[in-house]
Design a protein around this ligand. Structure first.
Ligand code: NDP
Length: 283
């Protein structure tokens, strides 16, 4: 039986710390403020944005959601970002993805000021991460939250064989950099990898972020491994399931995250934590 990595509980602890930090900042007249820009009517995005807004309010962070129509031009979106970049009352800015076709997502990530880039996607911040900089800079919230989980559950990183399934800019790549910076031996596998399971079976730490339900099964996991499931997939009944087949993986793994209640809550908690960090770093 694997130990369950309880992301929900850990998120409560992180949120309590964030709330205390916000209270402390407010006593000094500093009010952390997060701007979320939502383009179009994507249903899932609307839910994510609402959850972020609700959590921010609970923690005392000022949160504004700016809604733009589906057919907004790139120039208009970039102009809005520029306004927030120049607004001294704003500490964090993020644009919810996916974005409509006419918008160049890379141009949007470049436009957000690195010091307000609460998602950590700006190439300058990605460069800080990949060069293992000792400066303060924001990092993509999902992998940063996973690092908090690994730390809280005392998973040894130095020298561990860490395998990441998926190489997205949001999860796989920043996760690889964070683990490498923590002295793990890192392998990233993806859809073009030959015999992916030969790698996963050798992983002390296995992080799965593909968006393919139940891609990883118990037989693909090294006995005793720490398994982090980032996937958020809906099955035919609309139930949330991960990229890992929990039922077959749980008896093999040493530690494992559930879906839901694992990585998801920690991502939002880390976003709030990072909003406060950006606020402090800008003082
Ligand atoms: P992307 O679609 O951007 O990336 C998926 C990655 O998985 C790609 O690198 C792809 O490889 C790889 N992949 C696809 N199929 C296979 C396969 N058969 N074998 C090995 N690798 C494969 O997804 P994201 O990283 O954005 O998200 C991944 C999952 O995590 C999704 O379910 C998403 O909803 C979830 N997620 C959850 C978050 C949370 O807070 N819990 C936050 C962010 C994401 P290639 O590059 O070759 O195409």
């Amino acid at each position: 039986m694997a130990e369950l990595i309880d992301g929900k509980q850990l998120a409560k602890t992180v949120n309590a710390q964030t709330k205390r930090a916000v209270t402390e900042l407010k006593t000094r007249g500093v009010n952390p403020k997060l701007i979320v820009i939502l383009v179009g009517e994507d249903k899932a995005s609307q839910i994510y944005v609402r959850n972020k807004q609700r959590k921010a309010v609970q923690l005392g962070i000022i949160s504004e959601t700016t809604r733009l129509p589906e057919d907004v031009s790139q120039a208009e979106l970039l102009k809005l970002i520029d306004q927030y970049n120049h607004d001294d009352t704003v500490n964090g800015v993020m644009v919810q993805s996916p974005l409509p076709r006419q918008i160049d997502e890379a141009a949007v990530t470049r436009a957000i000021l690195p010091t307000k880039d609460v998602d950590g996607f700006n190439p300058e911040n990605v460069g800080q991460l990949y060069s293992n900089s000792n400066l303060n800079f924001p990092v993509s919230c999902t992998p940063k939250g996973i690092m908090s989980m690994l730390k809280a559950y005392q998973v040894t990183l130095a020298g561990a064989n860490a395998v990441i399934v998926g190489r997205s800019n949001i999860v796989g790549r920043p996760m690889a950099a964070l683990l490498l910076n923590a002295s793990a031996t890192v392998t990233v596998v993806h859809s073009q990898t030959k015999d992916m399971r030969a790698y996963t079976r050798n992983a002390d730490i296995l992080i799965v972020a593909t968006g393919i339900a139940h891609l990883i099964k118990g037989e693909d996991i090294k006995p005793g491994a720490t398994v982090i499931d980032v996937g958020m997939n809906r099955d035919e009944n609309g139930k949330l399931t991960g990229d890992v087949d929990f039922d077959s993986a749980e008896p093999v793994a040493g530690k494992i995250t559930p879906v839901p209640g694992g990585v998801g809550p920690m991502t939002i908690a880390t976003l709030m934590q990072q909003t406060v960090e950006l606020t402090k770093w800008s003082e």
